[in-house]
Design a protein around this ligand. Structure first.
Ligand code: NAG
Ligand code: NAG
Ligand code: NAG
Ligand code: NAG
Length: 224
């Protein structure tokens, strides 16, 4: 009897844990990353940055320029897209009017095979050294855009943050006011729920939970 109750409670626990994880993946991890950055800035008396969707869409294009190759992010073989790419490729892909491009005052890029929560991506992947934190806290920025993407719905996961000194409503302006949503990947500022980048993570993290739930359900069934 006590055992049956125990398993019954376990079932409820697993079902509710599954539900929590499921609702989490419908949030937008890029928006959560911007929130983490602004929280870190305001905690050290810097201003909160405007979340610009056009700039964020460009951050996603910036990621795509790496074609899923983690080995050229940071380190001795580090590559970065040519500055001309912003006007020639990234802005047009986002529907952002080239005449509204503003100076990029900072960029952060990180890549890892495993998907982690945005707050962990910030502290563990993007904040590698003192210089990264200086970039985050710089007074040169007025706006920010963040993006995260996996390749073909799986890893590796790229996180990109671009900072700009542009004016909020007159820089990185998309035609028609809304940046083009492209998948796979998520970007900040567009008020959309996005889980396109975390398909693999859902696959990996939900299965053990679902399986554990199933096992406890079966165990319960056999006991009754
Ligand atoms: C800001 O982020 C850095 C790097 O993760 C961390 O060391 C620092 O404690 C954070 N500052 C605040 C006020 O949270
Ligand atoms: C801010 O901009 C100035 C002038 O362009 C530059 O010298 C400085 O290094 C920038 N600061 C940071 C933290 O990037
Ligand atoms: C930009 O925003 C400011 C303040 O919110 C407003 O006064 C101005 O008219 C806006 N400009 C455009 C082009 O929307
Ligand atoms: C989920 O996992 C299976 C087996 O590990 C794999 O074949 C499949 O591609 C994964 N799905 C996604 C969306 O990553």
């Amino acid at each position: 009897m006590a055992n049956a109750t125990h398993f019954y409670l376990l079932c409820i626990f697993f079902i509710s844990v599954s539900a929590t994880v499921q609702s989490k993946v419908t949030d937008n991890p890029a928006d959560e990353l911007v929130a983490a950055i602004n929280a870190n800035r305001t905690a050290s008396k810097s201003t909160s940055l405007y979340s610009n969707s056009g700039l964020a869409c460009i951050a996603l294009q910036y990621i795509k320029a790496f074609q899923g190759d983690c080995s050229v992010v940071g380190g001795p073989k580090a590559k970065r897209p040519a500055d001309s790419e912003f006007a020639e490729t990234f802005a047009p892909n986002c529907g952002v009017e080239v005449s509204t491009l503003a100076p990029i005052t900072g960029r952060l890029l990180g890549c890892q095979s495993k998907y982690v929560k945005p707050s962990e991506a910030f502290s563990q992947i993007l904040m590698k050294n003192e210089k990264s934190l200086e970039i985050v806290h710089s007074k040169n920025h007025s706006e920010v855009g963040a993006a995260v993407s996996g390749s073909d719905g799986g890893g590796p996961y790229f996180w990109c943050v671009l900072f700009s000194s542009g004016k909020s409503n007159s820089s990185f302006v998309p035609e028609g006011g809304v940046a083009k949503i492209t998948r796979p990947g998520c970007f900040s500022g567009a008020n959309d729920a996005c889980s396109g980048a975390v398909a693999l993570s859902r696959n990996l993290s939900l299965w053990p939970i679902a399986l554990a739930g199933l096992i406890s359900l079966m165990a319960f069934a056999f006991r009754v």
